[in-house]
Write a protein that binds this ligand. Sequence first.
Ligand SMILES: Cc1ncc(C[n+]2csc(CCOP(=O)(O)OP(=O)(O)O)c2C)c(N)n1
Length: 295
Amino acid sequence: MRIPLQTGGPNMHSYYTDTPCTWCDGCGDYGIWTAMKRALVELGYHPWQILLCYDVGCHGNGADKTRAYTFHGLHGRVLPFAAGASLANPNVPVIAFGGDGASFSEGVGHMVHSVRSNYPMTFVLHNNANYGLTTGQASSLTWQDQPMNSSPNGIPERTLPSMDFIFSLEPTFVARGFSGNIEQMVRIFKTALQHRGFAYVDILQACPTYNHLATHDWLLSHVYDANSEGHDPSNFEEARRIAVDTTDRISTGILYQNEDIPSFYERLIPRQQRKTTAVEEVERTDVSELMKEFV
Ligand SMILES: Cc1ncc(C[n+]2csc(CCOP(=O)(O)OP(=O)(O)O)c2C)c(N)n1
């Protein structure tokens, strides 16, 4: 089916493709996908004005369910690609999506350097606390002792304290949402997309097929909106405290934001005098003579 081009401002249909959704019924990916499209529409972005970068995983299958410039990378490797794209053309907002398996097991090194570099981009963690696409193995964010498909007795390792870990890297933006609260996710995504540097957004995501502990109902009954309870996102120590302490309730909302720290791009001295972007400076070079040497 050909989809007619839109006239005027963007709307939800602007992001529509006729590729069928293959996520399980009740999967949190639906909520995150919807909220991101709504945030982009409310910010006035047309699909051709943004770049959406997906890791490999259930969430990554959103790449062909969203009409936009999308990239679908290798497992655990979406961050370096997205950072490169953002630095090559800082005029295009870049959003990277990754699962907890990709981001805190396989590609955790990239997370460290993305936060400390303060790349100008948004990262959305689809935190379903397991490897969804490969049918429910434990990731480093799966709760300790939680029975999973390939570890029916639970895994021996401790759960990685991801929020404490992120805060130890001195991030400039940290938010947490829940895949069942679209309105809050829209607010978070819009703020993240306008942040100066690396915006880290952790979305607690229901996975009805493989995660039978952190279910939609469990998450719903444990989350609270810290901002509506008066939390001040400029207070680093308090943000870290409420992000890490999930004993009784789980804080959500914009937990921390610091706009005073320049992004990686702003700190690149050779770029500071430039009016053009790196993509505009690419020069076409005829290499046909050179290639003859290798024939
Ligand atoms: C380099 C590499 N390692 C492993 C795999 C196999 N693999 C594909 S998806 C996946 C799990 C994805 O889990 P997660 O990143 O948490 O995303 P989810 O499916 O839960 O959204 C794995 C291990 C792969 N495709 N490439």
